[in-house]
Write a protein that binds this ligand. Sequence first.
Ligand SMILES: Nc1nc2c(ncn2[C@@H]2O[C@H](COP(=O)(O)OP(=O)(O)OP(=O)(O)O)[C@@H](O)[C@H]2O)c(=O)[nH]1
Ligand SMILES: [Mg+2]
Length: 638
Amino acid sequence: MSPAEPLRIALLGNPNCGKTAIFNLLTGSRQKVANYAGVTVERKEGVLRTPSGRVYAVLDLPGVYSLRPLSADEAVTRDILTGRHPDEPRPDLIVCIADATHLRLNLRLVLEARPLGVPMLLVLNMMDLARAQGITIDREALERELGIPVVETIGVARDGAAELVGWLDRWPGPARPQGAHPPLPLHSLTAIQDVDGQAEDELRRAMDLQAEVRRILSAAVVEPAQRPSRDEAIDRFVLHPVFGPVLLLVILFLVFQAVFSWAALPMDAIKQGVEAVAGVVQGALPEGPLRSLLTDGVIAGAGSVLVFLPQILILFFFILLLEDSGYLPRAAFLLDRPMAAVGLSGRSFIPLLSSFACAVPGIMATRTITDARDRFVTIMIAPLMTCSARLPVYALLIGAFIPSRKLAGWLDLQGLVLFLLYLGGIASAMAVAWVLKRPQGDAVGAGTLMMELPAYRWPSLRHLGYGLYERARIFIRSVGGIILALMVLLWALSSYPAAPLGAEQPAIYYSFAGRIGRGLAELLAPIGFNWQISIALVPGLAAREVAVGALGTVYALSAQDAGTAVSLGPIIASQWSLATGLSLLVWYVFAPQCVSTLVTVRRELGRWRPALTMAGYLFALAYAASFVTYHLAKVWGG
Ligand SMILES: Nc1nc2c(ncn2[C@@H]2O[C@H](COP(=O)(O)OP(=O)(O)OP(=O)(O)O)[C@@H](O)[C@H]2O)c(=O)[nH]1
Ligand SMILES: [Mg+2]
């Protein structure tokens, strides 16, 4: 074998058995791990260097129950293993990962993969849980019965993959020369035989497979007679037709309360830090373009976005907790019926839920949806789920226009408004789904959800810590990268050309950006937007939180005295009417101000048309909803 080409390992296993956790341990990556099926939807590659210096290319794959794919993400796994993937050579070793607490289900896939003719290794993951549940596995018997080596791992322990790494370190390599496995014709795989009229064969094959699994289990595994029923007890409450939905609402509600009430202190600290830096710059530099660039462009722009870091982290703290505990698929189960009422199934729930973090991974997660029309509709409504980039905008406007009061002594009014905005997004998404599904004449309420409910688990602190760190890094990088760059550009466009002699308005009014803003304001005046908002919306097309930074810069440049715009909230509160504030809030429920989302839609569906349709309908909705809000608020004395 040529030394330049590392041996290729593919990780194969059922959904949620811990493949990505092992992948991260082997390669030092930080791919997303969570306690529900369908987290990984595309192939991810990493490099493992063993202690003796051997190098492997490791491939993490979407989880599958069988080599007969149902959805796009599962087909990826099948194609790579059979060598049918256009730009992926067949692996030299298949590392089958099995959840040791669910061997009955997991071993079927191992047996299905055996005829592929690629060397295999079985990894028993979740050994910590298996031991805790009193499951004893006779490894030698298992190796003998399966005819492949077996090692044990714990995906959530720092050293959990040590035995696997040791095995790979000593592996002599494939018997056949590397890469010599020819692509497998599909029909040679009993598992994916697909000939007409062979349903009976199919059934017999499945039963044979199951009998073989039973035989192996009885030879190698002893399970305690009474399996623990803790999960069932929890589920009796969580999945209860009445308590279940109430609990879900309470959880979501508390999350948004926390976003406001916990964040106040750290936000103040950041604000004061930014103001202190601005003060230092202000004192150190003489009045002029450089000082204006730094204070009005960089600090007022990027600083006013940075302030929202604590709220983003609090939101993600809860998202990560929910993801790791095993609660999410239960919520999907609860929502299967209401979603069926608009023609979708609970399968759309996880992609939509991911969209609360960001529509981009949410749209990618729709690959787990088998029905093409359902997938399309889910993609179209994903941007209506309130992503974390809207949080700075919402928080700014709510902070400025909604009084910070406790209702009935405990209910945070600002948190309540935020909760309602999220609900508004969800409700309009459901309405749009209903409209999109109707002309198809789809049988409403037909979908039944078949979904595995994972075991409840205590979230791992290490994982939580990593997750939050990752989020903070992404947010700070965007503030220091794209937002900063756009703010400098905006500052330049807002500072030149200079104001004419005897000007009555602040200089920005006469600048390039001011002219653009005033032009746009003609169009946006009916929904209550002034020229400053109109300016901010233009760079805000790139990403939503940019608009907050842009408002910071615009108002810093509009200020007659040299105040910093980190106190943007009070400024807009005094200069805008309540109707304008509410109208902008509602605008952000709908407006598709995110280039990455549109690009992702284009990539997932392969065409620009749906992406442009999406942008069009969302802008139309935003305009209409803001128009109504603005005029209603004015009538009611806003
Ligand atoms: N207790 C325990 N938990 C584990 C172990 N390995 C993984 N987990 C947890 O199991 C869940 C699933 O892990 P993932 O790595 O996302 O599973 P996956 O196989 O990649 O799942 P898909 O990408 O959906 O196919 C996560 O909550 C992990 O933290 C383990 O050995 N012990
Ligand atoms: Mg995974």
